[in-house]
Design a binder for this molecule. Structure first.
Ligand code: PGA
Length: 254
């Protein structure tokens, strides 16, 4: 089991200017660089990634919010794994629910995963159900997402992937509406079970399982301590450098 927690800042389509992005990146980097039990990943929007080319450290890493599934193709508007790698990105989020809402499918997630891995990027694959129905159909939904996303991924490649459980009903709200730690624990055990059916028990322990969805300062400790996850994917709360810095320090101490 890896000891360091992975805390990912998903800036989404923020901030509005390069100047603000620089301030946010530098402040976050400053805090993250001091912490020895946390790996901080900062995922700015594509146009800002070049601003931070090779600005990563051994504790703070650059990531992207998406990636295309090929290095060379007629693909207007897309960004290749090769370009991200060249700018020093180490991670990329794949299959975020906001991308899925714009047409991303399990099939494109699987293609992007393979392309990212081939370029040496570490993918953070997002899965999660839209709603929690009383019959528990969300378990099947999650299982189908995981199985389809990992089709074509070998056991050796699979160890380098992180998985973010992000239930759609908990995204973009306040800490009060985040999934409860006991739910997060249950779902991370379920994800682990699906992965062990696909890759064997030992291999299934290797990827880090993260939680995302309204993680803020006040629920960082309970989610990490009781939720059984090895990291967090943080959206809106990562845009406030001070607050996010506190979350990083909290994660370092849990
Ligand atoms: P949130 O976003 O923290 O604002 O809920 C998380 C995400 O969508 O990755």
């Amino acid at each position: 089991m890896r000891k360091k927690k992975l805390i990912v800042a998903n800036w989404k389509m923020n901030p509005g200017s390069a100047a603000e992005a620089r301030v946010l990146f530098n402040k976050t980097k400053q805090t993250g660089s001091r912490l020895d039990k946390v790996e901080t990943v900062i995922c700015p929007p594509f146009p800002f990634i070049g601003l931070f080319a090779r600005a990563g450290t051994t504790r703070v890493f650059l990531g992207a919010q998406d990636v295309f599934w090929a290095n060379s193709a007629r693909a207007t508007g897309e960004v290749s794994p090769e370009m991200l790698k060249d700018l020093g990105a180490s991670y990329c989020i794949i299959g975020h629910s906001e991308r899925r809402a714009l047409g991303e499918t399990d099939d494109s997630v699987s293609k992007k995963l393979r392309a990212a891995l081939a370029e040496g990027l570490t993918p953070i694959v997002c899965v999660g159900e839209k709603e929690r129905d009383a019959e528990g159909r969300y378990f099947g939904i999650l299982k189908a997402q995981l199985t389809a996303s990992f089709s074509g991924i070998t056991r050796a490649q699979f160890r380098d992937i992180s998985i973010a459980y992000e239930p759609l009903w908990a995204i973009g709200k306040s800490a009060r509406e985040a999934a409860e730690p006991r739910v997060i624990r249950e779902m991370s055990i379920f994800i682990q079970k699906v992965l062990s059916d696909l890759y064997g028990e030992e291999a299934a322990r290797l990827p880090r399982i993260l939680y995302g969805g309204s993680v803020e300062e006040r629920n960082t400790t309970p989610i990490l301590a009781e939720g059984g996850v090895s990291g967090l994917l943080v959206g809106h709360a990562s845009l406030n450098a001070e607050g996010f810095g506190k979350m990083l320090k909290t994660a370092n101490a849990v």
